[in-house]
Each structure stands twice: as C-alpha cells, then as structure tokens.
Design a protein around this ligand. Sequence first.
Ligand SMILES: [Zn+2]
Length: 429
Amino acid sequence: MFQKNKSGLTFLLSWFLVSNSWAIESGVTPQIVVTQLNDYLTFFYDGRNTKPTDPDNWLFGSALKLGIGSYAIHQGEKAIIYDTFLSVEHARWIRNYLEQIMGIKHITIVQSHWHLDHIAGNEIYKDRDIVSLKKTREIMKAKQAALEAGEEWGLPAINPMIAPNMVFDNRMDMYVGDLKIELHQFNIHSPDANLIYIPKDKILLAGDALEDTVTYMVSDHIPELPVHLKELQRLKAMDVEKIYPNHGNPDVIRNGGYKKTFIDATVNYITRMIQRSKDANFLQTSLEEIIGDSFQKSWVSLFEPYRAVHKMNLDLVQKYFKDKSLPDLGTSEDTAQCAYVDDFTQGFNIPCVKVDNIIYNAKLKIESNNTRFTLLDAQVSNVPPTAVCATFEQGVVTLPCVYVGRTNKLPVRLKPVNTEAGLAFDLEQ
Ligand SMILES: [Zn+2]
C-alpha cells in the first residue's frame, strides 16, 4: 500500500490533469501496491486479484491474473521506469505517483521487450524518452497496425502505439545520478530481452526472461527455445545476487528477490519440456512432474493459475517439435560447468569452483600479456551448485568449457601462481 501522504489532494488533482489524453482506455481500475525495495528502487505491483467476472483477455485473463510488476530506479528528481505496465490507466497512476508523491521531475522509460503487457502504457510517456533495443522498436513498428486494432493478442487494443525513440544494440549504460545502470541484450523468452543490471548491489531486473512459476512461452519465439537455454547460461555467469522479475511472487520480490537458482529452475523447465515433448502422455504432464524438484527447493513456487500457462506451453512445444528431431541440448552438467565471457579483456565469472569441498564464486580479469588472470573477487557461495563445478586439483583449475562470445566453446585450464599482487592464474595452453 502506498503510504498516506499530505500531498494526497495534489495527487488527485494532477490525476485529472494528466488524464485528458486521447488514448483508448482499457477499462481497468489499477490496484497498485507500492513497495520501496531499497533507497533507489521502487516496485509497483498489481494482479493476482482478478474476479471470475473479469474479461478473459490478455490484460485481465493473463497478465493481471498472473500478476505483474514494474520498477522505478530513482535518485533525486530523476527516474528510469522499467516498462510502462499493462494499461494507460496503470501508467498514468504510476507517473502521478512518481511526480506527485515522490517529487520526480525527469522520467525516462526503459523497455524490457515488445510484449503488450509491458508497452501498453507508453502513450502516457509520449513526451518523454523511451529507450529500447533496436529490435524491440522494429518489432513494435512491424506490428503497429495489429496492436492498434487489437488484433495481435486480441483486445484491448493499444492505440495509439507509441514506439521507443532511442534505440541501441547489445549493450548500453545509463546513469541515474551516480548510479550505474547496465542494459544487456539477451534472447530469452523473446529475441529482444533487455535486462537491467545494477552493479552496485548486483541486482538484476529480469523482465520476462525469468518468470515464477514458469516461463510464459509465446508461439512466435518457440523455435528459439534452444537459444534461450544457451542465453540462460550466459545470464547465469553474471555476478548477480538479487533477481527481480516482472511476473513473479510479490512476497519473494518484497523480501529480497530471487537467487540465481531462479535461472536453474527456468533452464530445467525448458530443457525437460523439450526432452519429453515426444512422450506419449506429454500433454498430460503436470507442472510437478516437470519441475517438482524446483518447488521442493523453493527456487520457484506454484501459483495455481500457472497450470493454464503450462498447458499452453505443452501444446506449443509439442506442436513445434512433433515432426522434428530434438535439438542437442547437452547435458545439464555440460552447460552448468561452462563459464561465459563476451570479451576476455573484461574478465569473466566462474560460476563455481570447488576447492577442498568449499564452493567459491570467482571473477577473473585478464592482464595485458593475455595469458594471466588476476583474481578479482572470490567468495564462498551460499548457493549449492546445481551441477558439477570446475575443480581445483593437482595445482590446476580446470574449467571444462568457456563460451567466448556466444558460440566458441573452449576448454580452459588455469594454473595458480603467486604474484606480488596476490593470487593469479596462468592460462595453460
Ligand atoms: Zn513477455
């Protein structure tokens, strides 16, 4: 609940002032709960409270039924909002809250991906900069007529559809005051997943790349599921401590967010869905049969309406793979041991290294001679490894595989050496 505030009257007045836009309204009444996650991160959440009489469309029957959030990253009078929510009514509510209650004057929108429940409020920010991946804008422009006619996912229509006006590819940094915000492109859930990483507190805003109870598969993107799996491993190699998704359990989000095991749960779900897709009784496979172990370990939690999402996922996966040979997804051990690095000069994270039965997460940075890595950060991991870790034996750390870029898979052996600056590792060719 947002706190009672002396400026409540101003808040109501401004509501009417901003509400004279000509966008098509969705007919939804926002019931947004506001939670301050830390001194610069605010979480807006609505949903998991629909009535049996609500229309069965993408807004009420899907997004609100499952629950949806958006995030504002703010410092002083500036804020970045990660997604404009699922209606102009919601976007107007949040904009008013930020401006009237929190005193924010400069808002920039960052879009997580093109899906309707994330862009429907853009019209409220047509006087502000809207930043997205180049691909997000391309998809939105290609689908503009369908979105405005309510023919993409059906009604309600998004009309007018306001496209992002600032685009980038792959990576970009933004600053809110002195807080660094990294934008990273992934192909997970959709080809235009733009995830926010905040290095200061190792926070990941995951958009829809990670979803609790399970990922919501969209028919356009089913052929890319094997790519999503590889990209999830690249995501796992990032140095992340707290994960905040757009669709998740609000109690988990309000209590410190998800751990990296959220990524493992997503990998397991997609992998097992594909691997079992030719089973005779596949369409009857329950959520528990696919990821019951993730529920038991509390990596994700079962929210009953996700059974309907799972059923749609089963249909989509079976329909796509029934006439095809299954892709080689590797074993989970294979993928879990891999480290990922886009560029060796930036250093890379080792997901886990086991030394004398203690598990460490570590970051290595390469030195100028290109064969020696300095250890930047090694911490004992609180999270049990989900598969085999790299090993430290007979004086050598063996990483069975490191992905350089997204495709070149190399085995790497590192020999520890003591230097003046401390422990370092030489690459064993
Ligand atoms: Zn989505």
